[in-house]
Design a protein around this ligand. Structure first.
Ligand code: SF4
Length: 237
């Protein structure tokens, strides 16, 4: 059995991504564990224990150097929720050392960790999944004040950032979108994404929900525009 030190990196996307880091070709590194319980989670396999064994550091370095040799400039640190894992600092440090620009994906639940990471990362994407009042029921997370604090920190301190919402028509109505707009008011960029059902989603009700229509995304983008500098729609339209 190998005794090589293990990293907190549970997996790396095999191919570089052109869609996960705005403006950069990026390698995507996954950390395990999440403190939310979203029924529509596409990474449900990563929601388990934070301390699940990761890949050996030697392997993470080897993969990283191969990406760098192939002109991949960006590294996305994602999950799960990467700020739950105490090893996230070392992951960011190593990836920077190997020459990557860093993007952090977060659900915003750990503002004190986020605050320490912000100087080290080049781009932050925080999910603003629902209106504040809907978080306990829809995400199983009730500390809305922590999310508010993360929104503030990102707006004030991130080098570049986006807030993003995956729109589920059964759950996001116009009032919910206005409440989200109020919450992120003054932000530089808010991204709306289409929900796409899949058979393996954790909540059976989500598996049969329809894909978000383009006209809904455009209508909600219009609703959000008065609150933020720019709204972008991402999806297959
Ligand atoms: S916050 Fe993200 S990773 Fe965690 S359960 Fe929700 S969708 Fe999944």
């Amino acid at each position: 059995m190998s005794s090589a030190p293990l990293s907190p990196v549970y997996g790396v996307l095999q191919n570089a991504s052109m869609v996960d880091f705005p403006g950069k070709l990026a390698a995507v590194f996954f950390l395990t564990g999440c403190n939310f319980k979203c029924g529509f989670c596409h990474n449900a396999a990563l929601m388990g224990r934070v301390d699940a064994a990761g890949l050996p550091w030697t392997e993470v370095e080897q993969i990283s150097r191969k990406f760098r040799d192939n002109w991949v400039e960006g590294a996305v640190v994602t999950g799960g929720e990467p700020t739950l894992n105490p090893g996230v600092f070392q992951v960011v440090e190593k990836l920077r050392e190997w020459g990557f620009a860093i993007k952090l994906d977060t659900n915003g639940s750990r503002p004190r960790i986020l605050e320490k990471l912000l100087p080290q990362v080049d781009y932050v994407a925080m999910d603003v999944k629902f209106a504040p009042a809907d978080y306990p029921a829809r995400a199983g997370f009730a500390d809305v004040a922590a999310l508010t604090e993360s929104i503030r920190l990102i707006r004030e301190q991130a080098k570049a950032y986006e807030f993003r919402t995956t729109v589920i028509e059964a759950w996001h109505d116009a009032d919910a979108m206005r409440a989200i707009g109020e919450w992120v008011r003054g932000a530089k960029l808010h991204v709306l994404q289409a929900f796409v059902p899949r058979p393996e989603l954790p909540d059976p009700a989500c598996r049969d929900m329809p894909e978000t229509r383009a006209e809904t995304l455009h209508a909600y983008a219009d609703l959000l525009r008065p609150y933020v500098d720019r709204v972008e729609i991402r999806g297959e339209f």
